[in-house]
Design a protein around this ligand. Structure first.
Ligand code: NAD
Ligand code: G6P
Ligand code: MN
Length: 440
């Protein structure tokens, strides 16, 4: 069987050890020849890279492995690029979350004004990454997790419209499928989902079991009765448990479909703000918990010289999804995943050039997405408002337009008020100097 060359961009990410573990777990299905970790931050990269050396020596001895901060080394002869970078790091994430909260608006890394700020930072680095990859590996598949995935997907689709080997993905649908599996005591790999929406803004309309029976009504009843928890609840921070618990509230108010957890910010912006601590946001929680735990554990393994007793992985869904997506493409498996693609009639009553999230069969020629037809007025209205926000955010970046940025934020359901939008925008511009284009 062919062995593949993979590079992980953002090799110093808190998610990288989990990804290494998934690659190792799936070495028979998706065998690697060479793996390179690439990051612009040498210090973060070295901690995870030294951990990886020990981990692979024990778990994947025939793998060629290296870590680097040199793009030329990273992108040579690559079959798959797995990308998960964070422009500006957690320090900027913290500002993305805290600045909107000062004005009474949701502070979240991918939703609302925070997602807007992060999006305008991510675009430049993501375009650069694609150009760098294409300079040395023109046929490599680029599978991207970098957030905010909706904005990144829209921007890349504009700059590289003919590049059919860029695929943007999100692990939250898989997290939800696994969580339904836990709730029903069933294997989530047997589920066939029907899903539509935008990234972090979608719904499961049906979830078929292997006999074609729709499990959505059963799931709803069980959520009403027992609430809802993530599949890996025991490893989750409190804010994630609160987020999953909101699914019950969303299903009481909007019972038709199973909502993506991120819809809580758009359905209930005021309630979410009332529950957020403006001095300790998710970025603080991540720095205090996940980041600290991952880096401490990697250092401990390096000191011990063995990864035998490591528990550095905190969420299997993330690593498993990207490896399975790559494998399904590499071996033309045509397995089903929920991914981000251009609409072109998949949701038949919204515009064609929207980047939507739907189920697709993934094979050697990429995604073959499954259409959902016409959607009802409520979902159409919700999606079109959010889509207009996303489009205007990306316009603002490319046209360096203050006015488009203001319109984008005004359209976002977490803001709405034009005066608030202007104040938040002005403060975000100050905070993002050097990361954003200068808006005029
Ligand atoms: P992190 O800050 O721990 O890791 C990101 C790494 O990227 C850092 O080591 C940083 O130095 C590096 N980096 C920044 N700019 C870079 C560039 N231009 N080139 C190469 N490396 C660069 O952040 P994290 O919390 O581990 O998340 C990583 C990314 O993955 C984020 O964008 C996050 O939002 C995303 N993510 C997405 C999903 C999804 O569902 N789509 C799921 C999980 C994480
Ligand atoms: C989910 C989302 C991702 C997000 C991740 C981590 O999996 O789909 O887009 O990056 O959660 O969020 P956190 O707040 O834990 O960093
Ligand atoms: Mn996501």
């Amino acid at each position: 069987m062919k062995k593949y060359n993979v590079v992980i961009v953002g090799g110093g990410s808190t998610w990288t050890p989990g990804l290494l573990s998934s690659l190792s777990k799936k070495k028979n299905e998706f065998p690697l020849n060479k793996l390179v970790l690439f990051d612009i931050n040498a210090e973060r990269q070295a901690v995870i890279g030294e951990f990886a050396k020990i981990f692979f020596k024990e778990n994947y001895p025939d793998l060629q492995f290296e870590y680097t901060t040199d793009k030329e080394v990273a992108y040579k002869d690559v079959d798959f690029v797995f990308c998960q970078m964070r422009t500006g790091g957690y320090k900027m994430r913290e500002l993305d979350e805290k600045i909107p909260l000062k004005y009474g608006c949701v502070g979240q890394e991918t939703c609302g004004a925070g997602g807007f700020a992060y999006g305008l930072r991510s675009i430049r680095d993501m375009i650069e990454m694609v150009n760098d990859v294409r300079a040395s590996s023109k046929d490599a598949w680029i599978i991207n997790y970098t957030n905010p995935a909706a904005i990144v997907a829209e921007a890349l689709n504009r700059v590289f419209p003919n590049d059919k080997k860029i695929l943007n993905i999100c692990d939250q649908p898989v997290n939800l499928l696994r969580s339904y599996g836990r709730l029903l005591n069933m294997d989530p790999y047997e589920f066939e989902p029907v899903y539509f929406g935008l990234n972090h803004f979608g719904w499961f309309t049906h979830l078929y079991d292997k006999n074609g029976i729709d499990l959505v009504p059963v799931i709803k009843e069980m959520v009403y009765k027992n609430g809802f928890k993530p599949v890996d609840a025991e490893q989750r921070d409190q804010s994630w448990l609160d987020t999953y618990a909101m699914v019950e509230k969303m299903l009481i108010d909007y019972p038709e479909y199973l909502p993506n957890t991120y819809l809580q910010y758009y359905y209930y912006p005021e309630y979410k703000v009332s529950k957020q601590d403006p001095n300790f946001t998710r970025a603080n929680e991540v720095m205090a918990n996940r980041e600290k735990r991952v880096f401490e554990e990697c250092r401990r393994v390096v000191e011990a010289g063995t990864a035998a007793a490591t528990n550095v992985v905190h969420n299997d869904a993330h690593g498993d999804m990207i490896v399975e997506v790559a494998e399904s493409i590499a071996h033309n498996r045509n397995r089903q995943y929920i991914v981000i693609v251009e609409n072109n009639g998949l949701i038949s009553n919204i515009q064609d050039d929207a980047m939507v999230e739907v189920a697709a069969l993934l094979g050697a020629n990429g995604p073959r997405p499954m259409g959902v037809g016409k959607i009802d007025t409520f979902y159409k209205g919700m999606i079109e408002q959010q889509l207009a926000y996303e489009k205007l955010a990306v316009d603002a970046y490319f046209e360096k337009s203050y006015n488009k940025a203001l319109k984008a934020l005004t359209l976002n359901r977490t803001i709405v008020d034009g005066k608030k939008a202007r104040k938040i925008l002005d403060e975000l511009i100050e905070a993002n100097k050097g990361y954003w284009p200068e808006l005029n």
